[in-house]
Design a protein around this ligand. Structure first.
Ligand code: ADP
Ligand code: ZN
Ligand code: ZN
Length: 741
């Protein structure tokens, strides 16, 4: 695989071969013959014959010769672009990532491109009709017009209300009136690209005066020209976002573009609003809620340099950026930056790589930095910027453990906790009750024979959802109605065991009937806009009690919350993944950070059966940084990331045997390659062996030095693809896996 070249045009004209990244599981590029005098440049899309089908690929390189014999070269069918759809920088970056993750370049590029471009659609924004009132239109007396042509008057009134300009979308029946008004010369209809910018807020909000820590952080970033990676390590509510806004303003003022990556935009409408209130520049937001067409429009706005600020989730790391100046990754510790299937990249890590290739600063922000980033600070690769205090008036909440051993529980809630809740609510505070489990109960059991509902397709129990009386598997989506009686003994009564957020909501509603309850989890926010509506009702204070999963832990500013209750911290203490404790600590600190964000002092109560757990104690007594140091020591001793590089080869099939056979052969193959400095562990069945009807197994590769691991993978991956046993399974390679599932 070769990097794209900026070959001079003359050489391109002489080129007769195009090297194309074609989406396919094969980890290689493919050569095609160029038709005579056909001008093709790297970054353009072409359609090519591939096997018996035709596919859309991206030209990576143009050259004069190929290793293939001329008669074996097939010609390109068609060139789809007049100019490269992918700028050279982005093309080079995606190819770099495809090599690092050992993922086929054609598929990596397909992942990086908006769906419509992948399918061959023209790289042009959609047009929309915009109505503009003319000078003549402005003089029209509306009441008079209303008597003769009420619909026309209505439209003109609407136009005036909107400041004289309006897009034709959503006008419905008034569209016809637009034509009539245009004929009279009272308005003009223009076609304009629909880039889908974030609507500007009416009132600009001036920045606050930065406190000294914030000012120091900004100064530290400004001090270094070119590439530098900064870890902005600031407690929840310390004003990290203000620092991003300030640094983005620097970039924008210098005529440069900023890319801001966030974990899940649906969860952070407030963040987008803060940007749109601060800036009078075009902003696009790239997230999963966009249609394919909207996504393409926003992507093109970024590519053509029209969007000054791009805010997006994981995949936005592949946005083309004209004149980039800054990359920000908010909540850098968040797992959602890692793509868990297909092209398994980590957008946080790629942000650092891209910034380095671009020679610009990157800021990773978090109140609970990942151990990876802290280790990079330790190694002197990242600059550590600290915001140790909350901005403004708020102090840090007091966190305490509540021993619930042998205490009566009501849907998981102890009496002392309920009593504290009542006190906070009586004083006018809001309470947030956190439980990272949706549904009513994680298990249903028969009272007579102890039967429990399990998924036919997974090694997992079915969760009971009470509102529609159904049993659902949270791993594969399988669902069925709750049986009227026990399916095993036929007469036993089924009862729910344990609790999820739905049950908590019910219990709290019975105990606090005078207070509104807002539940936020994946079930309650399924419908479009539901999340914003629920959050707004919480912000207006209608819901005094918030119940929810980790969706509530992220970034929301809910000023009235004075009490945060973590119903069950124990699940996280005994996870099978070596990162379990790190995740638990991040979750506790993030949820706790929702408490006392304004004047009201905050209190956090964590229910546990292990009040003496040493790590919980370190976390509460000495803080996240102290716990992180301790966990880093452990990782170093055990040679685990960030002090080792991992790769996980996964395989699955409808029966148990083939994945193990394939992985065993894969292991032997790797061993034959003399994998110096790489330890091979397994194959073993995955922690959840059966999922969605497939048996899963894995082989772990561990190396103290990343180069050793990469050296092995480079030689191994292509051979792996040739193993016959690989045809009986679905396999994938995960470089830097974040979950061992
Ligand atoms: P973080 O991103 O670290 O959670 P935010 O930037 O959201 O913190 O700031 C928390 C709150 O403090 C917000 O309401 C914000 O407007 C306010 N804030 C931040 N910096 C300042 C400042 N320098 N002066 C006054 N208020 C500030
Ligand atoms: Zn039974
Ligand atoms: Zn299942």
């Amino acid at each position: 695989m070769s990097a794209p070249t900026d070959a001079p045009t003359a050489a391109l004209q002489r080129a007769t071969i195009a090297r194309v990244a074609v989406p396919s599981p094969l980890n290689q590029l493919f050569d095609y013959r160029l038709p005579d005098r056909c001008a093709v440049e790297p970054g353009m899309r072409v359609t090519v014959p591939f096997g018996r089908s035709t596919r859309t690929g991206v030209v990576v390189d143009c050259r004069r010769d190929s290793e293939l014999a001329p008669e074996r070269l097939k010609p390109i069918h068609a060139v789809l672009d007049e100019t490269p759809v992918l700028p050279a920088e982005l093309l080079g970056f995606v190819l770099w990532a495809s090599r690092y993750y050992h993922h086929p370049p054609g598929e990596a590029l397909a992942t990086a491109l908006p769906v419509l471009l992948r399918q061959g659609a023209p790289a042009r924004p959609q047009q929309q009709s915009v109505l503009r009132q003319t000078a003549a239109g402005a003089t029209v007396e509306l009441s008079e017009l209303a008597r003769r042509a009420p619909r026309q008057a209505e439209l003109l009134a609407l136009l005036r209300q909107a400041g004289g300009q309006l897009t034709a979308d959503g006008l419905g029946g008034l569209r016809a009136s637009a034509k009539a008004l245009a004929e009279k010369g009272w308005l003009q209809i223009e076609q304009r690209p629909a880039y889908g910018f974030v609507p500007a807020e009416a009132a600009l909000q001036p920045p606050p005066r930065l406190n000294s820590h914030q000012a120091q952080a900004c100064a530290a970033v400004r001090e270094r020209a070119g590439f530098a990676c900064h870890l902005l390590d600031g407690v929840t509510g310390s004003g990290k976002t203000e620092v991003y806004l300030e640094l983005v303003a620097d970039a924008v003022d210098a005529g440069r573009r900023a890319l801001v990556l966030v974990p899940e935009i649906g969860l952070t409408p407030q963040l987008i609003r803060r940007f749109s209130r601060r800036f009078r520049v075009p902003i696009v937001a790239l997230h999963s809620g966009l249609s394919d067409r909207e996504r393409l429009n926003a992507w093109l706005a970024a590519r053509d340099g029209l969007a000054a600020i791009v805010i997006g989730t994981r995949s936005a790391i592949f946005t083309p950026l004209a004149r980039p100046g800054l990359i920000v990754v908010d909540e850098e510790h968040d797992l959602s930056f890692k793509q868990q299937d297909g092209f398994r990249y980590n957008a946080r890590d790629l942000a650092v790589v891209r910034a380095s290739r671009l020679g610009i600063p990157v800021v990773l922000g978090s109140a609970t930095p990942s151990l990876e980033s802290l280790a990079n600070v330790e190694r002197g690769r990242y600059h550590h910027l600290r915001l140790p205090q909350r901005a403004g008036a708020a102090g840090m909440p007091a966190i305490q453990l509540l021993d619930i051993r042998s205490k009566p529980l009501h849907a998981g809630l102890s009496d002392p906790l309920l009593a504290r809740m009542r006190e906070h609510l009586d004083r006018g505070g809001q309470a947030l009750v956190f439980l990272n489990r949706r549904g009513y109960a994680p298990v249903v059991m028969c009272h007579d024979c102890a039967w429990t509902g399990t998924c036919n397709r997974c090694d997992a129990r079915l969760t009971f959802h009470r509102h529609d009386r159904r049993l659902r598997c949270h791993h594969c989506g399988h669902e069925r109605p709750l049986p009227p009686a026990c399916p095993s003994c036929g007469n036993g009564e089924l009862f729910p065991l344990g609790q999820g957020t739905e049950r908590l909501e019910q219990e709290l509603a019975a105990r606090f009937p005078e207070h509104g309850i807002v539940r936020i989890d994946r079930d309650s926010t399924r419908r479009k806009g539901a999340m914003s509506r629920l959050l707004e009702s919480a912000q207006r204070g209608e819901g005094r009690i918030l119940v929810g999963t980790q969706m509530l832990a992220k970034g929301h500013h809910l000023p009235e919350i004075s009490l945060v209750a973590i119903v069950d911290a124990d699940q996280g203490l005994f996870g099978t993944d070596f990162r379990s404790i790190e995740r638990l600590a991040q979750q506790v600190i993030q949820v706790a950070g929702r408490a006392g964000r304004a004047e009201r002092p905050g209190e956090v109560i964590i229910q546990t059966h292990y009040p003496d757990h040493p790590l919980l104690h370190t976390l509460l007594r000495d803080g996240y940084a102290a716990l992180a140091r301790q966990l880093l020591d452990e990782r170093r001793q055990m040679a685990l990331p960030p002090y080792a590089a991992l790769a996980l080869l996964r395989a699955e099939s409808p029966t148990a045997e083939p994945p193990l056979v394939f992985l065993e052969e894969a292991r032997q193959q790797a061993e034959a390659l003399a994998p110096d400095g790489v330890e091979l562990m397994g194959p073993v069945p995955a922690p959840m062996e059966r999922r969605a009807g497939r048996f899963r197994a894995q082989l772990l590769l561990q190396a103290a030095r990343r180069q050793n691991l990469q050296r092995l993978l480079e030689r191994w991956v292509d051979r792996l693809a040739q193993l016959r046993s690989g045809r009986r399974v679905r396999w994938s390679l995960d470089v830097d896996p974040m979950e061992m599932l």
